[in-house]
Write a protein that binds this ligand. Structure first.
Ligand SMILES: [Zn+2]
Length: 311
């Protein structure tokens, strides 16, 4: 029989284990003000993980005097619930609309939660096509990583759609939803507040971390979409990933990188340089300071080469 003392120390050891940092880390969501009534959540710039609940991306919301508009609903039901709780700390207005800026999991898999709160969900038709094509796979991938933290998450598609442009008038605000040419994913679109000169760029802009060129990305379209964002001349940008930023930094860390890799690979394919040599000759060192650089630089280079071969 263990003595009273032994039992007490066992209990204390068990209790301290529960309190150890790192054991039950879960995502905390807090929004920062960007402009009057406009808020951003800046997510983890690493990869999707159990700890960040797949929410390795930014999100935001806009307060109007007729309700709240959420930009990107998060990666899961539970993350959406946390987004809503954080919004409630700022305003008691109900969430009227949710805009998904693209078909990547962390932009829309929280839709079910907001639909249950009565919000209407909007996205570009190209984004909805992407959700239909990849939603089941995204859910599978996240379930592997998040385990029980995915509970409640289902595929819930937007019910209101637009092709190129939709202007949402809500209370005192004018909110422009713009689809250009996609890029990181085929359905990437932006939310533009012309009066406030604030742009929610979705996955068309990454800062602080290297952007990812994925099998379904298209750098030609991405660069073309970037030029359209530049034409808006936004004062402040809430990027898809990384801290709130301005146009010059977005140009350096997203546009210039895309242009450099694309023009290098265009030349390599035209000169019949083989894939491995083209990757070896590519100097990406100007972006080596960005997070995830080592992890993504090789895949990015080879995917852009393949894109140039197919064009
Ligand atoms: Zn993303």
């Amino acid at each position: 029989m263990p003595s009273k003392m032994q039992r007490l120390s066992q209990f204390l050891a068990f209790f301290s284990l529960l309190c150890l940092p790192g054991i039950a880390v879960s995502l905390e969501i807090n929004f920062q003000p960007v402009a009057p009534g406009v808020y951003a959540y800046i997510g983890d710039t690493g990869m999707r993980s159990f700890e960040n609940e797949g929410m390795n991306a930014n999100s935001g919301f806009i307060i109007t005097d007729a309700g709240v508009v959420v930009v990107d609903s998060g990666s899961t039901w539970k993350v959406a619930e946390k987004i809503h709780a954080a919004i409630r700390k700022v305003t008691s207005q109900p969430v009227k609309y949710v805009i998904n800026t693209g078909g990547q999991d962390h932009r829309w898999l929280g839709n079910g939660y907001f639909k249950a709160q009565g919000a209407e969900i909007l996205a570009a038709s190209a984004a909805i096509d992407d959700m239909k094509a990849r939603g089941a796979l995204q859910l599978q991938g996240l379930t592997r990583e998040l385990k029980d933290r995915i509970t409640g998450t289902e595929i819930v598609l937007p019910t209101r759609t637009f092709t190129k442009k939709e202007v949402l008038h809500l209370g005192n605000r004018e909110i422009h939803l713009l689809f250009f040419h996609g890029g990181h994913t085929p359905g990437d679109s932006v939310v533009w507040l012309p009066k406030e000169s604030v742009l929610f760029s979705g996955d068309l802009i990454y800062v602080d971390r290297l952007l990812g060129v994925l099998p379904f990305s298209h750098t030609g379209n991405w660069i073309a979409s970037f030029a359209e964002m530049e034409a808006l001349q936004p004062k402040r940008i809430i990027p898809g990933h990384g801290a709130v930023t301005d146009l010059p930094k977005a140009q350096r860390e997203s546009r210039d990188y895309l242009k450099q890799v694309a023009s290098h690979m265009r030349r390599a394919v035209d000169e019949m340089v083989d894939l491995q040599a083209a990757i070896n000759n590519l100097n990406q060192s100007s972006w080596a300071h960005l997070a995830n650089f080592e992890l993504l630089k090789g895949g990015n280079a080879s995917r852009v080469y393949l894109e140039m071969e197919s064009r």
